[in-house]
Ligand binder design. Structure first.
Ligand SMILES: [Zn+2]
Length: 112
């Protein structure tokens, strides 16, 4: 079984990375909103707001949307379940791609 706390942390960290990278391009906008809160989750939310204002690249915005969906699935208790066939997603796949919501078979099928 995956460790939900660890998965959540990994997802938040990845999201933070993406937002920081997006924020670097528009550092002036990020700074203008004042110092970041100490709490990391709050920081991520604040950075996300800044980054949305700054205009994320499409691929970055898409990955962040996937991460948000995965975080919601963690809250709902159906994280790690394929959203197509309902089967559990392979742990190795989740380890490599924590925001994945398709099992390997459905993902391959979707690419065909
Ligand atoms: Zn599936």
């Amino acid at each position: 079984m995956h460790n939900e706390k660890l998965v959540r942390q990994r997802l938040l960290e990845r999201k933070g990375e993406l937002l920081v990278r997006a924020g670097e391009v528009h550092a002036d906008i990020t700074r203008a909103s004042g110092p970041l809160d100490k709490d990391f989750a709050e920081q991520v939310v604040q950075m996300e707001n800044d980054a949305v204002l700054a205009g994320l690249s499409e691929s970055t915005a898409a990955e962040i949307a996937m991460i948000n969906k995965a975080l919601r699935r963690l809250d709902d208790g159906n994280y790690g379940q394929c959203s197509v066939c309902g089967q559990p997603i392979d742990e190795r796949r989740l380890a490599a791609l924590p925001h994945s919501d398709h099992c390997i078979r459905c993902a391959e099928y979707a690419q065909r």
